[in-house]
Design a protein around this ligand. Structure first.
Ligand SMILES: Nc1nc2c(ncn2[C@@H]2O[C@H](COP(=O)(O)OP(=O)(O)OP(=O)(O)O)[C@@H](O)[C@H]2O)c(=O)[nH]1
Length: 314
């Protein structure tokens, strides 16, 4: 039986393929320079998109030289039923020392506790190159924007030292703007961590990769467009037979038309925008953008359950 829903996603506006703010290029260069002065790399990525959206520059230029731990964070929002297949695929394609799943919103998360002992044992087993004489261990945390790098550093620090936040955290991509000074996360053994700005690839070649990154809020919404991201979410839900959105958005039935979905939901919630007519009167239109934002926020906070957006890549 053929599906009545879209099986591929087409974007008319390719603007999202060009998004690469200046500070990211600078951040990447700073990272490359600091690489010599660290013993281990912790790459943080979103567990909902474990196979797409990681910066290829991390794969080919930063990693491979030092122990490299891949932390798949936000596991509280991710469907972990395919964990083994995901790990096998990542390990087949790249030399990663260890994959660890974390939830930085949970102070008791076992993954967070596992990171430092794993990093220290990997550092001990490596030759440390130019740093073999140094008594302190230095770890660099890298990743695309908004995946939880600062949250992870704060969680590790809190677990070991019992100290509160040292690295700034924010719900919008691009909070950390430059490679930070080192943050002490342990006295004995002495361990420092360097937080870095989130860096996406200068060109996101695959449209779906860009939209998955946007859906997980690693690209700023206004740069891609809330309605386009919401349309991709609708496409993904329909394609995967996830129809919880129907009741949430007050639709009559599943549909592939985002304009109808957003308009109906906005009308139902009496959410409108007032426009001035030429004759001085006012006209009210459904607040499509506000509704798109609402739909995305619901997804991002787990209202529609846990997902693996990369299920098509397994
Ligand atoms: N649900 C959930 N949210 C998380 C988790 N970890 C971090 N967050 C949230 O994700 C957002 C981004 O966290 P940050 O720690 O600022 O991310 P970052 O990677 O340092 O961000 P940049 O500095 O912009 O690159 C914040 O709203 C955090 O509260 C997690 O495990 N689960």
């Amino acid at each position: 039986m053929t599906s009545k829903f879209r099986q591929s996603f087409k974007v008319v506006d390719k603007a999202l393929l060009r998004w690469f703010p200046g500070h990211m290029g600078k951040g990447m260069k700073q990272m490359q320079q600091k690489l010599k002065s660290v013993d281990c790399i912790i790459e943080v990525h979103d567990a909902r998109i474990p196979l797409s959206g990681r910066n290829p520059d991390f794969k080919y230029s930063i990693s491979g030289l030092k122990p490299h731990i891949l932390v798949l964070n936000k596991m509280d929002l991710a469907d972990l039923n395919y964990k083994q297949e995901v790990e096998e695929k990542i390990m087949r394609e790249q030399k990663i020392s260890k994959i660890i799943y974390t939830n930085c919103k949970n102070s008791l998360c076992p993954g967070v506790k596992q990171i430092m002992p794993t990093a220290l044992s990997l550092i001990k087993g490596s030759n440390r190159y130019n740093r073999s004489e140094n008594i302190d261990s230095r770890i660099m945390v890298i990743g695309v924007p908004n995946v939880g790098k600062s949250s992870l550093i704060n969680s590790i620090r809190n677990t070991i030292l019992g100290k509160k936040s040292a690295a700034p955290v924010g719900a919008v991509a691009g909070i950390t703007r430059a490679v930070q000074h080192q943050i002490k996360v342990s006295h004995d053994p002495l361990v420092y961590v360097l937080d870095t700005p989130g860096v996406v690839s200068p060109t996101i070649k695959n449209v779906e990769t860009g939209l998955k990154l946007a859906l997980c809020a690693t690209l700023q919404d206004h740069l891609v467009g809330e309605e386009i991201i919401a349309d991709y979410l609708l496409y993904w839900f329909n394609k995967n037979n996830h129809f919880d959105y129907v009741s949430y958005l007050n639709c009559d039935e599943p549909t592939d038309d985002i304009r109808i979905v957003l308009a109906k939901a906005a009308i139902h919630r009496k959410s409108s925008i007032k426009y001035l007519n030429f004759d001085g009167s006012y006209i009210y239109r459904p607040d499509m953008q506000g509704m798109a934002r609402n739909f995305l926020n619901a997804f991002r906070t787990g209202v529609f359950g846990k997902v693996l957006l990369d299920n098509d890549l397994l």
